[in-house]
Design a protein around this ligand. Structure first.
Ligand code: NG6
Ligand code: CA
Length: 505
């Protein structure tokens, strides 16, 4: 019976592929929509589906419990810009010297002739959009924020882009739609400078009386909405965002994109880059106090709600069965990342880093081990996958999904793993944290010796630096307590050789 069905299916495929352009378009529309939901600084242990008991994230849990929950998935880096560069291009960020946390004035990091997920999908007829945090630079040197800003997301594959330039704590604090600042009054032009203040403008450092949120380290330049930021900005009053409305604002944009595109002929790709729980944490008043953990917990609940709303939109449009959803975060968690917002004081028993050591900025596991789920109603069977995967692999895997032969060097094609039909993940992956790298291979991780402090005291996170080699078996020792470098010299030697070969390639 199956053989007959297979034969019929293949015959139909052949008929379709031999026919005119019209029927090609019919097969095009059958490709699934692709939605990447990407959080900012959300930790492995921040979801109830990943073991959190002090916070409840039902909508993220739905993706985990009704989809595939990965327990060995990595961001490429322990900070934002390099991870975002890698997820979109499929290239290791340590190959690009500029893939570091960028100021709001940095030029576009992705080359306009570089392959990206949206570019690849466009070759197969996809409408592509990004909504949310960009942080991959804009322009090619100097940016005039009062003119069309280019190159940017539109030049690296996105048909539609509704973004913030860098981070919520960096100027300019405005939304940018397809290269144009939204709501800008040309009579009140925007000026941005990361080195010098504009004469007469208040700052977080000099004018604490104007602040509704106090800075702890950094974040003492221009004040916007009572929140001190990184960098100086003048003008653009009518265009400035309202921090507490940001989640609703991006959500609406994402929903509009989905609704509009799902009614068209072609499939869509949406990269929904949410800003939570990065600093400054500014929950909408609806979520204030709801977690009992202060603003960090509140914005996680807010993000969870937004994801629920997105799921409703997909359901209402009748496209949940035809949408492949990938959920993850760009780097590990941090509590005090520069503002006094009670994240430390109100944490209680919650462990944003889950069972792992370190956090954001760290070469230890919590820096890059991410919550990562794939969900595709009716196609992906619920389950847990222990396969080793990296966000690097999305480009090549999605490429196979849509029948493209575009592949990048560093990524692997793990489509079967992402769909749950195989457990054969990567054999190895290089991890990065602020330009330091380590090798995960099988169950082991090898961290070479690095100078520098063991702990970043400002954020209170262990960075992974040591004067000796470190080797851990992550299966038996996820918390990286027992350094096996001396007791397992053969494995150490093998991993060092492999690491040096990969880093040199
Ligand atoms: C750091 C900021 C931190 C955060 C980070 C970028 C200071 C002292 N710290 O430099 O608050 O903005 O950059 O975070 O300024 S990321 O998630 O976008 O990588
Ligand atoms: Ca981040």
């Amino acid at each position: 019976m199956t053989k007959i069905l297979n034969f019929l299916f293949l015959s139909l495929l052949m008929i379709f592929s031999c026919q005119s352009k019209e029927s090609e378009e019919i097969t095009e529309t059958k490709k699934p929509n692709v939605l990447i939901i990407y959080l900012d600084d959300l930790g492995y242990g921040d979801l109830s589906a990943y073991g959190a008991t002090e916070i409840y994230t039902p909508n993220m849990d739905r993706l985990a419990n009704e989809g595939l929950k990965f327990t060995n998935a990595y961001a490429t880096s322990a900070t934002c810009t390099p991870s975002r560069y890698a997820i979109l291009t499929g290239n290791y960020p340590w190959r690009n010297d500029n893939a570091k946390i960028l100021p709001g004035t940095a030029p576009l990091l992705i080359e306009t002739d570089e392959m990206t997920i949206p570019k690849m999908l466009k070759t197969k007829g996809y409408h592509t959009g990004v909504v949310g945090k960009w942080h991959l630079g804009l322009g090619d040197g100097f940016v005039d924020w009062n003119e069309n800003i280019s190159p940017g997301p539109n030049e690296v594959g996105f048909d539609y882009a509704y973004i913030m330039a860098a981070t919520q704590d960096r100027v300019p604090t405005v939304y940018i739609k397809n290269g144009n600042v939204v709501g800008l009054d040309k009579e009140d032009p925007i000026l941005v400078d990361y080195d010098n203040n504009f004469e007469g403008e208040p700052t977080g450092k000099n004018n604490p009386e104007l602040l509704k949120m106090m800075w702890h380290h950094g974040h003492n330049s221009s004040i916007v909405n009572g929140i001190p930021r990184i960098g100086y900005m003048k003008g653009g009053e009518s265009a400035k965002w309202v921090d507490e409305d940001m989640a609703d604002h991006f959500l609406l944009e994402a929903q509009q994109f989905i609704k509009e595109k799902s009614r068209g002929e072609n499939p869509f790709f949406l990269y929904y880059a949410m800003q939570q729980p990065h600093v400054p944490r500014t929950p909408h008043p609806r979520f204030e106090g709801k977690s009992g953990m202060g603003p960090r917990g509140d914005v996680i609940l807010e993000a969870d709600w937004c994801i629920g709303e997105i799921m409703k939109t997909l359901e209402e449009e009748g496209i949940l069965v035809n949408t492949f959803i990938i959920f993850s975060s760009d780097n590990g968690p941090v509590l005090n990342d520069g503002y006094n917002d009670n994240a430390v004081e109100k944490l209680g028993k919650h462990k944003p880093w889950g069972p792992f050591r370190g956090g954001k900025y760290s070469l230890f596991e919590a820096g890059t081990r991410m919550p990562f789920m794939t969900y595709w109603k009716g196609t992906i069977q619920p389950g847990v996958s222990e396969a080793l995967v990296s966000q690097l692999d999305l480009l090549n895997s999605l490429s196979t999904l849509v029948g493209s032969d575009i592949k990048t060097v560093d990524g692997e094609d793990l489509l079967d793993v992402l769909l749950g039909t195989s457990n054969e993940g990567r054999a190895e992956v290089i991890l990065e944290a602020t330009s330091r790298t380590a090798l995960r291979s099988g169950d082991y991780i090898m961290i070479p010796p690095y100078d520098g402090p063991k702990v970043n005291e400002l954020v209170n996170i262990e960075l992974g630096n040591d004067s000796e080699y470190q080797l851990y078996n992550l299966k038996s020792d996820p918390g990286q307590k027992n350094n096996l470098a001396k007791s397992q010299p053969d494995i150490l030697k093998k991993l060092i050789e492999r690491f040096e070969k990969l880093r040199g390639s």
